[in-house]
Ligand binder design. Structure first.
Ligand code: TYM
Length: 334
């Protein structure tokens, strides 16, 4: 059995970047008989931005709903909320003792956050990668399906695990690898010319799985473009390349080929391309959105899923933490 672990922060609805970077792989992995999957809502991680308690509750539920609506089956995978498995915090503490401030400060995502929010550089933000390593090592993951933006965090996870093994002279933690069915980790671009679709990348940048048709269409029709190609076969500027990349994930290959040809012979009309892209996105999102609305109103079911996931996840988590306690010289408590 291969262990698979991944999580998503509860900071709002999921978008197409989350879907194609992560969720799509979760769904395909759950179908494999030799994969033991743990997918969670990373609510401890979301505390770095000090959300209001009401927002946390709502957002955690939202991610569980999105997971289910996208097709995750709680009978096939362990679907849980990170804070329901507090064992991860004990592992986080042990890992933090051998994580150095210098390496944490050099982490690109930390530097980005400091730049974006210079008034909220808290210790949780600095040690974000150790908590993420604890999530992954807690379940001895072989594979971690994530988007390209998480590669540095995975590298740090391997380095923390290896360091632990070396310090204590054990062969306890494995080296988890990133995973994507299409081989290379991907980054889905935004609609506003940005190379990354993200929740905090500006208005109109992201298409959410629960966007209503009119909202979705409006965002796509407003996507950034330019004056059009001036020479045949010319390289595409970023904003235009973004539209093609989005088309690559939601549209049929013939549709993509059609607009590629139009770009190359300079007869492309961005309005037509966006209309087609909006239609293809709507076709993709519509069934998921419908299921989101169904699950949203079923609090009793969501609650059951969350409780069952916590129980399943804690079995292995307790084992890991007890092993680690023993390795570092503490008493086992099981
Ligand atoms: P988060 O919540 O920012 O994103 C969740 C997942 O979506 C992927 N993703 C993207 N992939 C491609 N293109 C995009 N534009 C795009 N935007 C987001 C992310 O790569 C990620 O896979 N630190 C993590 C959460 C986490 C975690 C973990 C993940 C906590 N512990 C343990 C794996 C294992 C994060 O903030 O993801």
């Amino acid at each position: 059995m291969k262990k698979i672990v991944s999580g998503i922060r509860p900071t709002g609805s999921l978008h197409l970047g989350n879907y194609f970077g992560a969720l799509q792989n979760f769904i395909r992995l759950q179908q494999l008989d030799d994969a033991d999957c743990y997918f969670f809502v990373a609510d401890y991680h979301s505390l770095t931005t000090h959300p209001h308690p009401d927002d946390i509750r709502g957002n955690v539920k939202k991610i569980i709903v999105d997971y289910l609506a996208a097709g995750l089956d709680p009978e096939r995978v362990t679907l849980y909320v990170q804070s329901d498995v507090p064992e991860v915090i004990e592992l986080y503490l042990f890992l933090n003792m051998n994580a150095y401030v210098g390496e944490l400060e050099r982490c690109a995502s930390f530097k980005d956050k400091v730049r974006q929010n210079p008034n909220n550089v808290n210790a949780g933000l600095l040690t974000y990668p150790t908590l993420m390593a604890a999530d992954i090592l807690l379940h001895h993951a072989d594979f971690v399906p994530v988007g390209k933006d998480q590669m540095t965090h995975l590298e740090m996870t391997r380095s923390f695990g290896n360091r632990f093994n070396r310090i204590y002279g054990v062969d306890y933690f494995k080296e988890p690898q990133a995973f994507n069915f299409n081989n290379e980790p991907i980054k889905i671009p935004g609609l506003n010319g940005s190379t990354k679709m993200g929740k905090s990348e500006g208005e109109g940048n992201a298409i959410f799985l629960d966007d209503e048709p009119a909202v979705l269409k409006k965002k796509v029709m407003r996507a950034v473009t330019d004056g059009g190609p001036t020479q045949p076969n010319q390289p595409k500027p970023q904003a235009i390349e973004n539209l093609f990349q989005l088309m690559r994930v939601v549209s049929a290959p013939e549709t993509l080929a059609f607009f590629e040809e139009k770009w190359n012979d300079m007869s492309i009309r961005y309005g037509d391309m966006k209309k087609q892209l909006a239609e293809d996105m709507e076709t993709f999102v519509a069934p998921i959105r419908e299921r989101i609305h169904q699950f949203e109103s079923d609090d009793a079911y969501i609650d059951r899923v969350i409780r069952q996931g916590a129980e399943k996840s804690r079995v292995g988590a307790r084992q890991t933490v007890q092993d680690v306690r023993e390795i570092v010289g503490f008493r086992r408590m099981d």
